[in-house]
Design a binder for this molecule. Structure first.
Ligand code: ADP
Ligand code: ADP
Ligand code: ZN
Length: 837
């Protein structure tokens, strides 16, 4: 990185995508929020310019090996960035690297727990359950010396524990060691004539090292006896003691000590205990049946019959810390886990070992609680988390790792978070910043914008109409900029007019699910009024997704497909009022760059026909198939029509570069020689949706779809933008547009998950119009949302809570938003606090 005295990251002449040659100084070590309407260029500035250049400069500085790739990487289109720091990006795109990842492994808490278990947990024999007292020799000596005066003591060296054989060699060794007695199968034997044992029976043999009466003056003799026993038995001692005066009687007390991991009770030997004993990613720790996955089976996953989902070997699970195995600990919700660890009492020996490890674990758990995730468990598989949850897990992890001098770039960390918890999220970002990092956040949340040191409003519009800095300064200053939509919003001059709720009759058509029991929902029933705009609210983890995705959607889907499913509810009524289900989530529309808005919405087939009908094409004999970049003779062979090629770098992530053959155009020269209205096929693919709407205005077939894309606020996207570069919110709105373009049945149930993701309040206004339009045509729209402006526009709200996890899972209140606003649950409070327009 460039060394600089300036306390700013100075961006000069940024022209990435739609950015209009902008300059911006981002204060180092401060919190900066970038905002603006969807498509205005926030991501282009934050991720494709700032972060990309930070990463490039870092690779440049790393080694000559990485440097050779840097030359081939795209340089962000920017004149210069001075004062850049190493950059880290925390967004919702990043998937989970391994299907075995859990909240514990992603946050590194599990690594510290493994260490804690290896150092201070009490091992126990997995075969017989006996605890194993593993101590250094000095501790064993000290323990034996503690015996009361007059105790009659026998020190034994266990040599054979429950093993078949004649064991003549063992007796020979005992005699050689100068001893004359052995304890053989509960009997003391004189070894002048060694006994003949049945080789087919199991025997236990201990050498009798010394028999004495404990007195103050024979401490040295005790030490000698214990040390000889340890040597003879390779780390085991057992003592038989009888109280003073019990003349000739049987020993009353037997104790076993060990310096190694073998069960002195049944002889099972245990592996040395190390952190990897508790790793389900290592052969040392992983359950052998499920290889550490916790489940078996490809399609239909079933709980592993050997470890019951605990992922570890029985040897590892037998090791306990104050009665809990590591699997028990990671099953606790994070807040309980934190409390349990805090409550552990350690003795003087283990405290110095445990304390520094707990100092790593406890703050990390606190950070996870701070980002509103205390309902999660450490064993929760990372791939079952929502994008927003995973992003916040990563954020909490970053705070825990304690890096300094880093520039963190985040994409809408408030996604999935109830307004109640926004302040804590800001506190976390602040602690990251106070440690000496620069934090740059792309956000639309009002509280977050007000909290920024520097607020930057990008706009004024989307795509070509955007890309400029409209206002930049402390929020109070931005508020005074009349041209800034954000400023007007912060002043309370821009909001959504309260739509009058439609009436809901108690006996009107409704979808009703009775007796739902899943995750944190226990025997919950809900009634969803049909033909209405219905919002589902509640804090993160309260059970919204469980209710909507895992239950309502599943029930309707099963009804249409006739598929047999395991039901976790008792009864459903009202299915006859619905004839189609459209579930629109934030999952990517395609994982390959082959998928683009034009192909996804079915526009491209029509465009290809238009091109095939031109004179140019007819002369050359080109059919519609020629204009496909996915197959056929028209595409560039160098990149198979993808426009990009991957550079593989060992040890580092692959880098994507434009195809050197076609320069990213996806088509070969012959295909590009065909023109329609002066543009070739690659130039048409480059048009934004707004431009395409004008370009193809005379084509009815295209107009309807392009119009729906504009309606959901995606007019700024280009027809050919690779699906892999779309945000979750954009992908969701693209799916919504594709649905809107289809003829509506009037009885469709449309389900959306946080459709306001990525939207500025002025975009939310348009989204509400689209959703209202769907409801006006008789359909039912169900949205999971945290955006109170949208919730205010719903006809009906189902509020879940009150907390996440086991503290939630209940339906708190149902009714029109005006009624919910009168409750004292988190949503009611947020509705009241919101700036009424
Ligand atoms: P925001 O983050 O404000 O929603 P973006 O920075 O994503 O906006 O987009 C700004 C403009 O740049 C839009 O017109 C968008 O279509 C375009 N754009 C974004 N990513 C790419 C890309 N990878 N290739 C080409 N154009 C892009
Ligand atoms: P919300 O959508 O309101 O954030 P969820 O329905 O996702 O809430 O979660 C409700 C509860 O169920 C939480 O305690 C969550 O941890 C748990 N849960 C959700 N999905 C899973 C899953 N796949 N495995 C285990 N627990 C889950
Ligand atoms: Zn190519």
């Amino acid at each position: 990185m460039e060394a600089t005295a300036s306390s700013f990251i100075e961006i000069r002449g940024a022209r990435t995508h739609n950015l209009k040659n902008i300059d911006l100084d981002i204060p180092r070590g401060k919190l900066t929020v970038l905002t603006g309407v969807s498509g205005s260029g926030k991501s282009s500035l934050a991720f494709d310019t700032l972060f990309a250049e930070g990463q490039r400069q870092y690779l440049q500085s790393l080694s000559s090996y990485t440097r050779q790739f840097v030359d081939q990487m795209e340089r962000p289109n920017v004149d210069s960035i001075r004062g850049l720091q190493p950059s880290l990006c925390i967004d919702q795109h990043q998937g989970v690297s391994s299907p075995r990842s859990t909240v514990g492994t992603v946050t590194e808490v599990y690594d510290y727990l493994r260490l804690l278990m290896a150092r201070v947990a009490m091992p126990a024999c997995h075969a017989c359950g006996a605890p194993i007292d593993r101590q250094p020799p000095s501790a064993i000596v000290a323990a034996v010396r503690q015996l009361p005066e007059g105790t009659r003591l026998t020190v034994l060296a266990p040599m054979v524990i429950g093993r078949k054989g004649g064991h003549a060699d063992v007796f020979e060794r005992i005699v050689k060691a100068g001893l004359i007695r052995a304890w053989v199968d509960d009997e003391i034997i004189e070894l002048e004539s060694p006994p003949v044992l049945s080789p087919r029976r199991e025997h236990s043999i201990s050498a009798v090292v010394d028999r004495l009466v404990v007195r103050v003056d024979n401490a040295e003799r005790i030490e000698q006896a214990v040390m000889s026993a340890l040597q003879l038995s390779d780390g085991l001692v057992s003592t038989h003691t009888a109280p003073a005066g019990n003349a000739g009687g049987e020993p009353l007390l037997q104790r076993l000590y060990s310096t190694r991991f073998a069960c002195a009770a049944c002889g099972t030997s245990l592996p040395e205990i190390e952190p990897r004993t508790f790793s389900f990613n290592s052969a040392y720790g992983a359950c052998q049946t499920c290889e550490g996955f916790g489940s078996v089976g490809e399609e239909q996953k079933a709980l592993c019959p050997a470890c019951h989902g605990r992922r570890l070997r029985p040897e590892s699970l037998a090791i306990r810390l104050h009665g809990y195995s590591i699997a028990d600990i990671v099953q606790l919700p994070l807040n309980d886990c934190q409390r349990w660890l805090q409550g552990l009492a350690f003795d003087a020996d283990t405290l110095p070992v445990a304390e520094p490890i707990l100092k790593e674990i406890l703050p990390r758990l606190q950070y996870l609680a701070d980002v509103g995730l205390s309902y999660l468990t450490l064993d929760r598989s990372a791939d079952s988390l929502s994008g927003g949850e995973l992003q916040r897990v990563r954020l909490a992890t970053s705070v825990g790792t304690g890096l300094i001098g880093v520039c963190y770039v985040l994409d809408e960390p408030s996604i999935g978070l109830h307004p109640r918890d926004t302040q804590r999220l800001i506190d976390i970002l602040r602690s990251l910043q106070r440690k000496g990092n620069t934090v740059v956040v792309v956000e639309h949340d009002e509280t977050m914008m007000r909290a920024a040191d520097l607020l930057v409003d990008i706009g004024p519009g989307a795509g070509k109409q955007g890309g400029e800095i409209i206002a930049s300064g402390p929020p109070k200053k931005v508020q005074k900029v009349a041209e800034s939509l954000t400023g007007r919003y912060l002043l309370g001059r821009l909001g959504i007019a309260n739509a009058a709720s439609r009436t809901i009759e108690s006996e009107g058509p409704a979808l009703e699910v009775i007796g739902i029991t899943k995750n944190n929902l226990v025997d919950v029933s809900v009634r969803l009024p049909l033909g209405r705009l219905v919002g589902i609210t509640g804090v993160s983890g309260s059970g919204k997704s469980t209710l909507v995705h895992d239950t309502l959607v599943l029930a309707v889907e099963a009804h249409f497909s006739g598929r047999k499913i395991a039901k976790h509810w008792k009864r459903v009524t009202g299915l006859e009022h619905i004839d189609r289900l459209v579930e629109i989530d934030q999952s990517p529309i395609g994982r390959s760059p082959r998928s683009v808005p034009a192909t996804y919405c079915g526009l491209w087939d029509d465009v290809r026909k238009i091109f095939a009908a031109t004179r140019d094409a007819k002369q050359r004999g080109f059919k519609p198939a020629r204009f496909s970049f996915n197959a056929g003779a028209g595409r560039c062979e160098g990149c198979a029509g993808q426009g990009r090629q991957k550079l593989e770098m060992s040890f580092l992530e692959d880098v994507d570069v434009p195809c050197p053959d076609c320069g990213g155009k996806r088509f070969n020269r012959a295909t590009l020689s065909v023109h329609f209205k002066g543009k070739n096929i690659a130039q048409v693919l480059d048009l934004t949706i707004d431009e395409a709407a004008e370009f193809f205005e005379n084509f009815d077939s295209l107009r309807r779809t392009l119009k729906s894309l504009q309606d959901v606020g995606l007019g700024y996207l280009s027809l050919g933008q690779r699906a892999t570069t779309l945000s979750g919110g954009e992908a969701q709105r693209l799916k919504l547009a594709a649905e809107l373009a289809k003829p509506a049945t009037g009885r469709t149930l449309v389900v959306l998950d946080e459709p306001t993701t990525g939207l500025h309040v002025s975009d939310v206004v348009r989204l509400v119009d689209v959703l209202q339009g769907l409801v006006d045509r008789g359909n039912t729209v169900l949205v999971i949302e945290h955006h109170m402006e949208l919730i205010r526009c719903c006809d009906w709200v189902i509020d879940m809570g009150p907390e996440g996890g086991m503290g939630g899972g209940r339906v708190l209140a149902v009714g029109p938003p005006t009624m919910i606003a009168k409750t004292d649950f988190p949503t009611g409070i947020a509705l009241r606090n919101g700036l009424a327009p």
